[in-house]
Design a protein around this ligand. Structure first.
Ligand code: COI
Length: 335
């Protein structure tokens, strides 16, 4: 089977080769899937994408015209797919919901720690040769923090476990509390979590048209004065103008995010400080550095997660080819 694999960074090539246990004929394409490079799948039997690939109706139709019915993703999220179109076209979509949850949890935790201890601001001033002790650096200690995990799936629960290990009081809001998460988090209502926590870390999936800009002025208004907000889930969940306003007014003491709302235009590019980035709301957040720390959607960029994403995706193709279906937990659209 020949598989077109989109968005394979140079560093990832050797992992695709090393983990190719079913001996697939892999076409490794460095760019994310877009309107132009969809044609590269013409000689392939199946497609493997990642987040930020353009899996809209037009591109899925193009794959179907090439005779391709399996378009799988190595991400947890499937918000880059037009799932309605996949269903209409008889294209199966599978994902990898169970790659190492520590990858994203580690980053969310790091952003929360860094912001609450004001490391970004202090390091920034020192870099500018200012070794003064700014009153803004005054902090509490991690074992005194109340941390709120907003969405306690695997990733959120692991972040909760990490905070618990530091002695913090860990709360979670999730309509479906898992037994694993209950070991580390006390489940409370959304209102209580927002009102009491010093750090709120968001880990909910993005459902286009359903929870856009969930983190808006109203959400932030319910948060404790001076809290830190962390978003390693999806940029579309965030009303970035409202967040920038809340950091500017000090209602939030910091915002840490691995995701932005306009990723397709920005992620993967180096703008070299020649001008503002092509999204004013993202630029407004960047202008609040170092109280706003943004990273380039690198939560899953760890060796264990990368290995899982590739290897579990290959399992999805193998199960589809041999048993006619992927593991039910990984199935998103069954053709
Ligand atoms: C996901 O798995 O959903 C991610 O956000 C990581 C990514 C490869 C886009």
């Amino acid at each position: 089977m020949r598989i077109a694999c989109y968005g394979v960074r140079p560093l990832e090539r050797s992992y695709f080769e090393k983990l190719n246990k079913y001996d697939y004929d892999l076409k490794l394409i460095p760019e994310y899937l877009n309107r132009e490079n969809v044609t590269q799948a013409k000689d392939c039997d199946a497609v493997l994408v990642r987040g930020n690939c353009l899996c809209d109706r037009t591109n899925l139709q193009q794959f179907k015209d090439y005779g391709i019915s399996w378009v799988f993703t190595r991400s947890v999220g499937v918000d880059h797919f037009d799932l309605e179109a996949a269903k209409d076209l008889g294209i199966s979509v599978a994902r990898v919901p169970n790659y190492s949850p520590y990858a994203v949890a580690n980053l969310a935790f790091t952003l929360g720690l860094t912001l609450s201890r004001h490391v970004g601001e202090a390091a920034h001033h020192v870099h500018e040769q200012d070794f003064g002790m700014h009153p803004d650096y005054f902090a509490t200690e991690f074992n005194r923090l109340k941390v709120g995990i907003y969405g306690a799936g695997k990733i959120g629960a692991v972040e909760g476990k990490m905070w618990k290990g530091l002695g913090a009081e860990v709360y979670a809001y999730d309509p479906y509390p898992s037994d694993f998460a209950k070991q580390y988090c006390t489940f409370v209502s959304e209102e209580d979590l927002l009102a009491t926590c010093d750090i709120v870390s968001v880990h909910v999936p993005y459902f286009p048209g359903k929870n856009d800009k969930l983190i808006n002025a109203d959400f932030i208004g319910k948060m404790k004065e001076g809290a830190v907000l962390v978003n390693t889930a999806r940029g579309e969940l965030a009303d970035e103008a409202a967040i920038a306003a809340a950091v500017s007014s000090n209602h939030l003491s910091g915002y840490g995010a691995d995701v932005i709302s306009s990723e397709k235009k920005i992620m993967g590019h180096n703008f070299d400080c020649e001008s503002d980035v092509p999204d004013q709301e993202v630029q407004s957040l960047m202008d609040l550095y170092p109280r706003v720390l943004l990273t380039p959607h690198m939560g899953s960029f760890t060796e264990p997660a990368l290995e899982d994403m590739i290897s579990l995706s290959f399992n999805n193709f193998h199960n589809m080819a041999t048993a006619g279906a992927v593991d039910a937990r990984n199935e998103v659209v069954a053709a």
